[in-house]
Design a protein. Sequence first.
Length: 190
Amino acid sequence: MDAMRILHSKQELHDGVQRMAAEIAQAYGERPLSIVSVLTGSVVLVADLIRELEMPLRVGVIEASSYGGERTTRGDLSVNAELMFDIKGRDVLLVDDIFDTGHTLVRVIEKIKEFGPRSVRSAVLLRKHGRQEVTAQPDFVAFEIPDEFVVGYGLDYDDHYRNLPYLGVLEQDDLDRHKDLVAAGTDPGA
Ligand code: 5GP
Ligand code: MG
Ligand code: MG
């Protein structure tokens, strides 16, 4: 695969996640935390984040999926909490990859609240500048990024590129190359 423009290197991501973990630890102290990972984009972040948190915690998952275009979250958003553990009376920290328009996080928080948690806060790896369409804000943000489509470190394009250790910008030439590779039957993420 040809080089993609790197927005944040592996080392920068590590440092940013460590900084955010310190803020989270400070906010909760020794209170046991119920971390809920919003599938699928947050799995890489959650794996790294929990190893920076030296506090009692559990890790569960919730699924948010949108039936829309490949690169946007337009269309219907559905939240599936069937895989999540019991959060009644718990302090929940939702973890997602990116806060873009904010609709996903708002919908997931609404769903979480139906189960009677003691508190709900949210942490995201990225917040995209100038895209918000909701008033709610994530409580913890590792990086502010410009309005560009990024992949890697859990974030996908058409379910590819989640495994990149860095955060890259998927530009038009990367997209063209992706389509050529798919047409040729080659896995572009490999
Ligand atoms: P929101 O509902 O905040 O607009 O969008 C959040 C979801 O849209 C993210 O969880 C992610 O799945 C997707 N998304 C938004 N911006 C990007 C981006 O730049 N790159 C990737 N890979 N996904 C994005
Ligand atoms: Mg997502
Ligand atoms: Mg996606």
